[in-house]
Design a protein around this ligand. Structure first.
Ligand code: 6PG
Length: 234
């Protein structure tokens, strides 16, 4: 990808305001063009201030569908559940916030198939995919290791898949459902928001190595044809 642009901020609050502004603009443009917006938002901790700022924006929320770009396979009541975190911000606004994992999911592969089926009913491609990045270079829940190959080599139409990270991440040691690499790279807009020098170094190395990068985020950036904005704060 020749068009990767870094946006650096002095602190998380500035980054949140700017990214929320960009997302608001993307939502408005999608509603103008297609009457509705379908967006995938990241889980994890970094985007919380972004969601606070975004939820305060005046948008036609009832025309907005939000899915988590990845989900931990846990009950909705679990603090690790990404869709419940998103619902807290955007359900009161009137957005449709769509769980992608059945509440008492069986095994992760079955959960992935059911998420994929749900997403087949959404208007496609996604109007936006907002991604965080892990220190190990994971994007959504596509982790380095065997699942990386699955996420890349699935059928062309696959939008989501079940994932068992190996090793399980310490902060959320559970199986996941993730957007597929194709679903991410097909999105009409791709934004990345990260904090800290360590993640910046991971992304820079991923960009340098291109498609050969062992970091899933490297593959995402190499395969995305549209410009990508990477927002960074210390
Ligand atoms: C998840 C994510 C994941 C996240 C990174 C960064 O649910 O785990 O969506 O891909 O973006 O792990 O997480 P932090 O922002 O919490 O560091």
């Amino acid at each position: 990808n020749e068009e990767i642009e870094w946006w650096d901020y002095d602190n998380a609050a500035e980054m949140a305001a700017a990214v929320a502004g960009d997302i608001g603009f993307i939502i408005e443009s999608a509603i103008d063009a297609r009457g509705a917006a379908v967006i995938a938002l990241a889980g994890g901790k970094t985007p919380i201030p972004i969601y606070e700022a975004l939820a305060a924006a005046k948008l036609e929320w009832k025309r907005v569908t939000i899915v988590p770009g990845d989900e931990r396979i846990v009950p909705l009541s679990d603090p690790l559940c990404n869709v419940s975190m998103l619902a807290k911000f955007f359900l009161p606004k009137g957005a449709r916030v769509m769980p992608i994992v059945p509440n008492a999911a069986a095994d992760y592969k079955a959960a992935g198939r059911s998420a994929d089926a749900l997403m087949q009913d959404l208007h496609w491609p996604l109007d936006l995919c907002l991604l965080g990045v892990g220190r190990d270079g994971h994007a959504a829940s596509i982790f380095p290791g065997p699942d990386f190959d699955d996420a890349i080599s699935g059928p062309k139409t696959q939008r989501a898949l079940g994932v068992m990270p190996d090793p399980l991440p310490a902060d959320a040691p559970v199986p996941r459902v993730s957007l597929s690499l194709r679903a991410i790279t097909a999105a009409r807009a791709l934004l990345i928001a990260v904090r800290g020098d360590e993640k910046r170094a991971v992304i820079e190395s991923a960009i340098d190595q291109g498609r050969a990068s062992p970091y899933p985020i490297g593959r995402v950036l190499a395969d995305t044809e549209l410009p990508v904005d990477i927002h960074w704060a210390p």
